[in-house]
Design a protein around this ligand. Structure first.
Ligand SMILES: O=C(O)C(=O)CO
Length: 356
């Protein structure tokens, strides 16, 4: 008899990007029907291993690197007990209604959960797992990489070197802004913000400021970082790094009000969510020289259309939301999301659960 993995391999070979579901477990040895879960994407192996070896659920999966079409998601969630999703799926009343009253737990393979309607989950008594901590280092590392790429104009410089713009060594050419003796302002001093400051400190930063919903002495004291109002952060920072979650309060918080207060030599970096930034205002600030440059790992929408005006600017570095993209980190996120889901199915405490 052909094994399931053999069939999956065969199907994948025949139709490389086959967009279908696969059932990985049927009834258990005792013939008892296992709770059904739906996994909305092909996920890193460590996560899939935990789910498939648990013997605790029957798995259906959208086995593709591309997102599941909304209609397919709505059809597949009917009657499931657990939903394993990514930040690309909007989990709202429509999805939860389509799942019906059997749904007990949603587990997102992300630290951000702005794509999930907490209110709708709460109404239905559905629990939510997420994946903080395991991606902090990778995201902080990429944030620093993006900051340096933007402030030292790396992409522009590589382009010039490759395309004949490198005439000779010129004293005034390709000058950017360094971190030595600078003031860095962190918008949202959580785990990732603090990890960014730890990595920036050895570059000789003179002063760290932060703005948040309130003082965070638990995070700030050992950096040390000073709590200031957002306006002061804007006025005094040479670099602003956005690390806050996207919430109704932070939606569009980085707009003209902020950019107009910033130094014209300042660099703006965002690795949180695109929705935190008013992109029209950012574009104007970059074009009008209100600020020196911006580095974005996140945009609104994602992907940002290739003809978007921000892509045309030399002083804007845009990455395709890769802050957590190391092999180890993505595996750790997948594994944590899987164990959160299994804990939720069993009514146990999750490793990381969003309080609702
Ligand atoms: O986990 C998240 O929220 C991400 O944005 C992944 O980088």
């Amino acid at each position: 008899m052909r094994t399931l993995s053999h069939l999956r391999r065969l199907k994948t070979t025949l139709v490389p990007e086959f967009h279908s579901w696969c059932k990985l477990q049927a009834p258990n040895a005792a013939g008892k029907q296992l709770p059904r879960i739906y996994v909305t994407r092909r996920i890193p192996p460590d996560g899939m291993k935990i789910l498939s070896q648990s013997g605790l659920c029957s798995i259906e999966q959208w086995d593709s690197d591309e997102p599941v079409p909304r209609s397919e998601l709505l059809a597949k969630v009917a009657g499931i007990r657990g939903l394993y999703c990514l930040l690309t799926e909007k989990i709202d009343a429509e999805v939860l209604d389509a799942a019906g009253p059997s749904l007990q737990v949603v587990s997102t393979m992300s630290v951000g959960y702005d794509h999930v309607s907490l209110e709708e989950l709460k109404k239905r008594g559905i629990r939510l797992g997420y994946t903080p901590d395991v991606l902090t280092e990778a995201v902080a590392e990429l944030t620093v990489a993006l900051l340096l790429a933007t402030s030292r104009r790396l992409l522009e410089a590589v382009h010039e070197a490759k395309n004949g713009g490198w005439g000779t060594w010129k004293p005034l050419w390709m000058c950017g802004y360094g971190l030595t003796d600078s003031t860095v302002g962190i918008l949202g001093l959580g785990r990732i913000g603090a990890a960014v400051t730890a990595r920036l400190k050895p570059f000789g930063v003179k002063r760290f400021l932060y703005a948040d919903t309130g003082p965070r002495p638990d995070m700030a004291t050992k950096i040390p970082a000073e709590f200031v109002p957002l306006e002061e952060l804007a006025r005094h920072s040479d670099f602003i790094v956005v690390c806050c979650a996207l919430t109704p309060e932070t939606q569009g918080i980085c707009g003209n009000g902020l950019f107009s207060l910033m130094k014209d030599t300042a660099i703006f970096i965002n690795t949180s969510r695109g929705g935190v930034v008013n992109q029209e205002d950012l574009y104007q600030a970059l074009v009008n020289g209100q600020i020196a440059a911006a580095g974005l790992d996140v945009t609104e929408p994602e992907p940002l259309p290739t003809d978007h005006p921000l892509f045309k600017l030399k002083n804007c570095v845009i990455l395709p939301h890769i802050a957590s993209a190391t092999v180890a980190t993505r595996n750790a996120m997948a594994a944590l999301a899987a164990s959160n889901l299994l804990a939720g199915l069993q009514g146990k405490a999750m490793g990381k659960e969003v309080p609702l």
